[in-house]
Structure formats: C-alpha cells, structure tokens
Design a protein around this ligand. Sequence first.
Ligand SMILES: *Cc1c(COP(=O)(O)O)cnc(C)c1O
Length: 268
Amino acid sequence: MFQFKTKKTILDIRPYVPGESKSDSTERLVKLSSNEGAFGPSPKAVKAMQEAATNMHRYPDGDANILRDAIAKKNNIDKKNIICGAGSDEIIMFLCQAFAGEGDEVLHSEHGFLMYSIYAKAAGATPVSAPEKDLIADPQALLDKVTDKTRLIFLANPNNPTGTYWTRQTVVDFHTRLPKNVILVLDSAYAEFVDDPDYTAGHDLVKQHNNIVVTRTFSKLYGLGGVRLGWGHASDEIIDILNRIRGPFNANRCAQAAGVAALNDDEF
Ligand SMILES: *Cc1c(COP(=O)(O)O)cnc(C)c1O
C-alpha cells in the first residue's frame, strides 16, 4: 500500500514521455519529435539572455511588464489580459488547478495534447476524451461529451501532431453551443504557422467572450523551448483567478529578456 495520501487521479497519471533525443544512428538526423525550431533561437534573444544573466542574482519582474507590453503590442491586445508562464504548459496547469477539481470534467479531443489530461488529473479532475473524425477534432463529438460537470474544454488549434485546424467560423459555432459556465481554451501554440484568412488564434474572440482563453508559446516559432516561456490571453475575471495561483516569479528573468528580444526580431 502506498503510504502517503494523494489524489486518486494523480496515481492514474502516466508521466509525459518527451520525444526521443538520442540515437545510435551515424546518419545525419533531424529531430522532429518535439517541434523545436530547426534554425535555433534568434541571435538577439541569445544576446538579451546573456545580458540578463549578469543580473541573475535579482528576482525577475514578477509581473513581466516589459514582456507583456511587447506581447500586447504585437498581438493588438490589452496588457492587463495577459498572463505569462514557464511555457504555455504552466498556463494550462493554472487553468486546471483554478477551474477543475474532484468531480469535475476536463474535455479534450482524442489526439489532443497529452498535458491536458495530465494537468486535469493533477488537479483531481476527470479528463474526458471525445473521438475525432479523420484525425480532426469533431465539434459534435465534443458537444456530445459536455455534461453539467464539464469545466474546461481544451482545443489545440492547429493541433499537434495532426496539423489540422478549425476555421474561425467553426470555433465560433462551437462556442455558441457551449454552456456559458464552460471555459473554452484555444491552445494556439502553432498560430504563427497558419496564414489562411479563415483561421484565428482566438484573440478577437477573447475580446468578445469572457469564457474563451487563448494560450501561446515561445517554444515553437521563436525557438525558445529551452527557457520555458508562454502566455495566456483571457478576460479580466479569468486573469484575476489565474494570477492568484501563479508563482510570483514564474517567468524567469532570462526567459523574459529572451522573449522580448525574440518578439522584436521579425527578420530572424
Ligand atoms: C508544444 C506545445 C505546447 C506547450 O508548449 P510550451 O513549451 O509549454 O509553451 C502546448 N500545446 C501544444 C499543442 C504544443 O504542441
């Protein structure tokens, strides 16, 4: 018998297995399994981080003001509706901790990002998976799984690893049919890679609806996976709740500096 009391759902978690990083092959290999930037980070981000390192005895700005200013400007959104995290993973964790607990359900599609169910269980909640159609999240299948216990729905848009996405209209139609007390999280980790005009990362929708959250990351397009930096965009009400459980210095000094420099280096 396990001696210490923990949440039942935590004992259900199988730890996340990161993409393979070693191989015996002598051929030149390209690692695709974690979607890391193939061209490395921006040299300006590296330089900014080196400069920040000389001040690493100082705690970072806990509110990440300069970084949030830069994110707000780049995405044409309000700074007060942005929260930064140690990767967008951490924002996903905050959402589960804040809004789901024992007896609650966290919904995701069959091939959704593994961390949704891991963080749901860590919070004591029950992850619920909805089947996909042709490897695409199926709006009706997700709606069929919504119950009065559903608190959060996670949708990676575009999805990893399938690369499929819902158009803005599909997201809007889906959201319209959701109960108002359910939070729809659009995980837009790959938003920068889509240029179809029918797609939205979701920031326009966050401005209109207090129950839509968008998460973004510096790990993919910006190639900063190693420093762990991501952010979320949500209504005043939701940001207020998330800030209550956020560690005071969760986005570290070097990551903040690298993030600001990367955002300002479109050329790279
Ligand atoms: C990589 C990835 C994330 C997490 O990225 P962070 O490095 O934690 O910012 C989230 N969602 C999806 C779908 C991803 O592929």
